[in-house]
Design a protein around this ligand. Sequence first.
Ligand code: ZN
Length: 285
Amino acid sequence: MKEVIPVRRKHRKRIRLARFVVLLLFILIISGTIVAFGDNFSNREGSAISPRTVGSENTQSSIGPEPSPSSDQTVTPSHNKIFYNGTSEGKKVALTFDDGPDTIATPKILDILKENGIKATFFIVGTQAEAHPDMVRRIEEEGHAIGNHSWSHPHFDKMTKEEALQQIDDVQEQLKSIIGYSPSMVRPPYGALTKDEEKAIHEKGLDIVNWSVDTMDWSGASAKKIMELVHEELYPGGIILQHCFGGKDHLSNTIEALEQMIPELQEQGYTFVSVPELLGIPDKL
Ligand SMILES: [Zn+2]
């Protein structure tokens, strides 16, 4: 008997150990499932307000960080996606200038574009157009494309769909009264909007256009830094984000960089086109 008891004890110990292992495995499996589910859930959340649609778009009232949207989306000209770039065909690039117009940086940018015979795209903010309608007319008269960049540059993803649509509608009407037409393109401030807003904007027949290269000019990045970002991030079909109002020192960095960017990219074989030309979409609604 003396020998039997230790054997039973050993056996019980083994059973306990086995139970412990099974329990441990069970916990691991359950926690793994929760983590996996959590990941799926976050991804779905992410697609509701896509990280790609969140950008560092500058504003006169708030300057925020602007992570560049990824540019790996395929291009299909239709109202069911957000544009970040065009096709690589023809080695084209589109310059875009947001948040204006003003009467300091905007005319300087227009002068440089005119000297170089380049057509760019200006995403207009309603409050700025209200203050400087003549500058909106100059942009249009000089053959540049115009897009809607909201009335007062709010975060669309932090407001109701109705409020966001009102911001867009007000600028559509305003631009029609200044230049005779409403644009076909919308760039949400900061590149941020909800899925519902995205759908509603598309239902209005408007294209949503973000960017593939963020120059960070609004943050006061030097012309050298801006050029480094362009060298790193630009590929054929790219859309470059710059500003024509706000920033530090009235965007003297943007202007200095532009004077380098145009000849450099032309030397690399790039052709500058407007966003509607790059994407093959209409410029008017
Ligand atoms: Zn902006």
